[in-house]
Design a protein around this ligand. Sequence first.
Ligand SMILES: CC(=O)SCCNC(=O)CCNC(=O)[C@H](O)C(C)(C)COP(=O)(O)OP(=O)(O)OC[C@H]1O[C@@H](n2cnc3c(N)ncnc32)[C@H](O)[C@@H]1OP(=O)(O)O
Ligand SMILES: CC(C)C(=O)C(=O)O
Length: 513
Amino acid sequence: MSTTTAAWNPQGPSPMPYHRYRPYQDRVNVPADDRSWPAARIDRAPLWVPVDLRDGNQALAEPMDTPRKRRFFDLLTGVGFKEIEVGYPSASRTDFDFVRHLVTSGAVPDDVTPVVFTPARPELIDRTFESIAGLERAVVHLYIATSPVWREVVLGRDRHRIRETVREAAERMARLAGDSPGIRFQFSPETFNLTEPDFVLELCDGLTELWDASPDRPVTHNLPATVEIATPNVYADQIEYMHRRLSRRDSVILSVHPHNDRGTGVACAELAVLAGAQRVEGCLFGNGERTGNVDLVTLALNLYSQGVDPMVDFSDIDAVRETVEHCNRLPVHPRHPYAGDLVHTAFSGTHQDAIDKGFAHRAEHPDEPWQVPYLPIDPADIGRSYEAVIRVNSQSGKGGVAYLLRTHHGIDLPPRMRPDFSRVVQEATDESGREATPKELYGLFVETYLVETCLTEERPVDPGEFEILELVEDGTAAFAEVRVDGVTAWGAGLGPSASAQAVRSAAHRAAAR
Ligand SMILES: CC(=O)SCCNC(=O)CCNC(=O)[C@H](O)C(C)(C)COP(=O)(O)OP(=O)(O)OC[C@H]1O[C@@H](n2cnc3c(N)ncnc32)[C@H](O)[C@@H]1OP(=O)(O)O
Ligand SMILES: CC(C)C(=O)C(=O)O
């Protein structure tokens, strides 16, 4: 990219000390392989693994207690997740007790595998195995940071010492698991995205060998973007590098664990799946350390919107959201993809017009694939009503106003009358600075167009004086446009003598102008 400033771009240098930071190219070696991921396509869902009860939980000011964790766990199994990280049992008594609760209460369905998380420390590995005693199936997940800064600054161990620590931990895990066929292993080189690729490959391949992974008892290598450092294409290159080189590839489940520091967690996960990842760890609605873990709801519904089976059920997204908000004690943002309160709502006029026309088109062609403008998916598919799709304020136009009157009050304004009522609404909302609810719109409609009595008394109109320009009757209501002395106005009527009322009303409005 050119660094010279073009005449059309008047931006000046920022006073912020950006020179303190380095581009990712100076921080990690990213393999310059040929890449195939840009041309790939996602045609099936990866294995989703929610880590809300561990990574999400460790980021909460008030970690979940057993009842909250249990409620979350039941939600996750109910939605259809089959592998669930349930805690960091060596971290606290609460975490340990919850895993024991799962073991002893029979809460784990037969087709669900819990995952437990442990650092590479012998006493904590022992405690982790203690927590799962009695579970038929579990994945024991070992982690240690592998990148240069963490090695030097945090762990004080060089590559050789890290290799040794990992080997000793893995041997201990293998010993503790014994010949139990239901216990599988997972390894996460924390800060993978900042680690030299050859070192990660060496560690992962060493464990595949040591744990004797096979297609029947595969090992999971989980490659986290612990802290995002680059655009998502870079993560995809890193994942594809591993995908192509990991040994015993058919005995390895290649997993990713993106965080969202740059706001690109979802993009990282999607590009990583294009690059060969088969499993994705994340949290519902993106809870997690700092800016959060990648949001599994968004990922699953992104697939859904492509016509791909997401293999989880979010058909009642508000119930899912309510449980997650209760357990995390954190709200979901109103603009959150798919689940936020406002994400299926249009306030602006041209959007409302397009949605209105889209629904009308759909009513005539119900079997066509979904293509209502501005609505990526049908809100009804995730349990949302159409009620909130269009809301009116001063940014709205005639289409939205007409839509609300029609859908909430059964009043279908004739197209030529819509601009007239829209002006009335615009004045009212400009004046109030607020949204106009469907009830308020109806009130404005009645007040504006059903005006016969007072005007009749003030200035009676002789029927011979006016000309009816348009009269529309639709069974419930009638609408009339009338000219009096060269002045036109609309009126409306409801009920049995709606037409007569509409004409009288319009005539009196015109006469009063
Ligand atoms: C990216 C992630 O999300 S990783 C998961 C992080 N999650 C958590 O930390 C939540 C739960 N953790 C805890 O409850 C505690 O940290 C415990 C129980 C695990 C350990 O507690 P403590 O013994 O008090 O240690 P502390 O919390 O200070 O952790 C730092 C120590 O762990 C070491 N450490 C960090 N990661 C690892 C690892 N994967 N394997 C082995 N040791 C590690 C550090 O080098 C440091 O050791 P040092 O004291 O010798 O310098
Ligand atoms: C250790 C892994 C799984 C992790 O939580 C991270 O890197 O964020």
